[in-house]
Design a protein around this ligand. Structure first.
Ligand SMILES: [Fe+2]
Ligand SMILES: [Fe+2]
Length: 282
């Protein structure tokens, strides 16, 4: 009889994510079962490519569904600019944070994870400059804006990234990264085109967006990450899934908080950071 691989992780007191080799996943309410269900005990088996993908994708979906989910807000140029300013602050951190986590993991005799993070950190190097170029293309004083302004909803995500990478056992940074990259890879051509169309005619301010979408390198980064996570011991896959879930909840909070701002309020914040009047329509 064929053996079927299942993976599971309890991400909160009462909810387990369960996935199987088809890549499908389910959320299981553990309330009322005591420890009768096998899923209340940590998994110990090996991962497979698709069951691990199911676990990670389940963590993203469950995190975004928390607190009633996220209602998408209408797109606008100020919102787009706010979004890439926020992304700058994560992207700027990535190479240094991954190097820090890799150093710690080498000390802990985990060269497999360390070298993955070192490689991935190199691949992400310079992506913050794509945001600066985009802001400049829009006629904005890019360096001054990012120096003076972290969007409110992005601040907790920056702190989460800082904490995961500085942890005694910093494996959670892989889950953080998975959440960012997999949600970026979901942006396909119609969405990218619609955001590009917000920019004034002849202005190319979508370098960061294109790279961090299903049209750029993110799809291959996500595929590589799934293979890598699937190869790790169960205890690591558990921690990575929990960090993915936590990151997804924080990303959803960011969308509620920053996505709920009016264009006028966003413009005021960017103007204050820039120290000058800004006219997006120019
Ligand atoms: Fe990147
Ligand atoms: Fe990436």
């Amino acid at each position: 009889m064929k053996r079927v691989t299942a993976e599971w992780v309890v991400v909160s007191d009462e909810t387990a994510i369960v996935s199987c080799e088809t890549g499908d996943f389910w959320f299981l309410d553990l309330k009322g079962y005591g420890d009768l269900l096998p899923f209340t005990h940590p998994m110990t088996g090996n991962g497979t490519r698709r069951s691990t993908a199911g676990l990670l994708n389940g963590a993203v979906v469950l995190g975004f569904a928390n607190k009633g989910g996220v209602t998408p807000s209408a797109i606008s140029l100020p919102k787009y600019v706010l979004d890439i300013i926020g992304s700058f602050h994560i992207t700027r951190r990535t190479p240094g944070h991954f190097a820090q986590a890799a150093k710690r993991l080498r000390e802990l005799n985990r060269p497999d994870i360390a070298s993955y993070l070192e490689t991935h950190g190199r691949e992400e190097t310079g992506h913050d400059r794509l945001v600066l170029k985009d802001l400049r293309a829009l006629g904005l004083p890019a360096e001054r804006i990012v120096e003076n302004f972290i969007p409110d909803g992005m601040q907790p995500l920056c702190e989460l990234f800082d904490n995961l990478c500085a942890a005694d056992y910093p494996i959670g940074c892989v889950g953080f990264c998975y959440c960012f990259e997999s949600t970026a890879a979901m942006k396909r051509k119609p969405e990218v085109d619609a955001l590009e169309a917000l920019c004034p005619k002849g202005v190319h301010a979508s370098r960061f967006l294109r790279t961090h979408s299903g049209l750029g390198s993110e799809l291959s980064h996500v595929e590589e990450m799934i293979d890598f996570v699937a190869s790790l011991p169960a205890s690591d896959r558990i921690e990575i899934t929990k960090a993915t879930f936590e990151t997804a909840m924080s990303m959803a909070n960011r969308l509620r908080r920053d996505g709920g701002m009016s264009d006028a309020a966003i413009l005021a914040k960017i103007q204050a950071a820039a120290g000058q009047e800004i006219d997006f329509a120019a």
